[in-house]
Design a protein around this ligand. Structure first.
Ligand code: ZN
Length: 379
């Protein structure tokens, strides 16, 4: 059973126990949470004045994308918004613990709610902050279409969205008791259900905010010590992924172009994605901050991603000229080696490799090969 068909991608993003030896550096520091919360951010220093807030590797559901905090001379730049008002609250507390400077800019890497939905709370705190994204990201966030994936201004659609989340909680609870699943999977569903209940509480007050400005190719947030270059390198995980580069610190912030331990393949653009990852790799970064998961200090995982997308495209190409449907093509594509690399023997991770990587990336590659448009939010 696919969770995705039960409720929306942006409502449930999974990251699990990391199996990749890709993280080095200091131990992360857990940030204070509201009482009763079962997940929240931890903070790590990427470079002097540059921090990453992430949910770590140990969560079964990861409803918040990572947030990066960059202290410039006269203010603070944030990359992504914390995923919810509660997430934003942790971001606000963290920024205040570092500096009295105001947040002057928030870059939204892409339109998914787990990256965008803290912004409205952040703007209450720092109303003058610029909110920056690519045009396609802004188009999605201001479209009524996005009401299916995150709360907006339409009360009726918000109610439908919340009912969808409650359906998700019920599904997860049921699955945690369902003997058709392995013990590891049932434990995963049980933990996910608890986390998803917190997510439901957070979404009840979340509302998305529109970017205040867009850019086409690049935009620089100038500073003497921490200049920030915001770029669009091509369509990749979504139609409008922004990549943030700190040339002095050699830190690259990728949004969901790079997600660990299980990458997300939904509605992506496989050919361009490879090109974008090549450009990221070519930056010779010291640290890569992914959209989910811990910071990376080498290119191993990016290389793995490039090889995984390349492999899917190569396997799909000869099948695309047949009359096979998407399900048959998915069944014919064999990703056992990648699955073993990403998920090892863990039945829970192997499930999410199939559902969040294999099926959606094969679907995207098939569309691409057949010239069928790839539409954001369509699966
Ligand atoms: Zn995300």
């Amino acid at each position: 059973m696919r969770l995705i068909s039960t409720f929306s991608l942006s409502a449930l993003l999974v990251a699990c126990n990391g199996t990749n030896a890709i993280t080095t550096g200091e131990s992360p520091v857990l940030l204070p949470r509201a009482e009763g919360d079962v997940y929240g951010f931890q903070a790590e220093t990427l470079a002097p004045g540059v921090y990453a807030l992430n949910e770590g590797n140990d969560f079964h559901i990861q409803p918040r994308g990572n947030v990066e905090v960059i202290e410039q001379s006269n203010g603070v730049v944030l990359v992504d918004g914390g995923g919810s008002p509660a997430g934003a609250e942790q971001v606000i507390g963290f920024v205040r613990s570092k500096t009295p400077k105001p947040v002057t800019a928030i870059v939204i890497t892409h339109w998914h709610g787990d990256h965008a939905l803290g912004v409205s709370r952040l703007l209450q705190e720092w109303p003058d902050a610029r909110v920056i994204s690519t045009g396609p990201t802004s188009d999605m966030l201001t479209s009524p279409e996005a009401d299916r994936y995150m709360p907006g201004d339409d009360a009726e659609k918000n109610a439908a969205y919340m009912a969808n989340i409650q359906g998700g909680v019920a599904f997860l609870k049921g699955a945690s008791q369902d003997e058709q699943y392995s013990e590891a999977e049932r434990a995963g569903f049980a933990q996910s259900a608890v986390e998803y209940e917190q997510f439901a509480r957070e979404m009840a007050t979340a509302r998305r905010a529109a970017p205040t400005e867009t850019f086409e190719h690049s935009l620089t947030l100038a500073d003497q010590t921490h200049p920030v270059e915001v770029t669009f390198l091509g369509r990749a995980n979504t139609a409008g992924d922004a990549v943030v580069w700190l040339p002095r610190q050699k830190v690259v912030i990728t949004g969901d172009l790079v997600v660990a331990p299980v990458p997300f393949g939904f509605n992506s653009y496989p050919e361009e994605w490879i090109g974008v990852l090549d450009q990221v790799r070519g930056l010779n970064y010291a640290v890569l901050a992914p959209g989910h998961g811990r910071p990376m200090r080498d290119t191993a995982y990016v290389d793995l991603l490039i090889s995984m997308v390349t492999d899917v495209r190569a396997q799909v190409a000869p099948l695309a000229s047949t009359d096979m449907g998407a399900a048959a093509v998915n069944a014919a594509v064999e990703l056992d080696e990648a699955q073993a690399t990403i998920a090892g023997d863990d039945p829970w991770l192997r499930r999410w490799f199939r559902d969040y990587w294999k099926e959606p990336i094969v679907s995207s590659a098939l569309r691409e090969a057949r010239g069928v448009p790839i539409v954001q939010g369509s699966n």
